[in-house]
Design a binder for this molecule. Structure first.
Ligand code: ZN
Length: 62
């Protein structure tokens, strides 16, 4: 019996429009990782950023 870990659940998280950035630590459980901070203003072209650790997508609410 093989357990596959290739299946990644990518979650999209909406960030409040007043926020300059977002902190991600992977949340609780298996996806947890060291806390990182993403600046959404620097990425203002698309207003979204992917967490390099847990692959979550953060989108700034307009
Ligand atoms: Zn993350």
């Amino acid at each position: 019996m093989k357990s596959s870990k290739s299946k990644k659940h990518v979650e999209t998280i909406t960030v409040d429009e007043g926020a300059d950035g977002v902190m991600c630590d992977g949340g609780m459980g298996a996806l947890g990782h060291p806390a990182v901070y993403y600046d959404l203003e620097e990425l203002s072209e698309s207003h979204r950023v992917f967490c390099g650790y847990c692959n979550r997508e953060f989108v700034k609410h307009k």
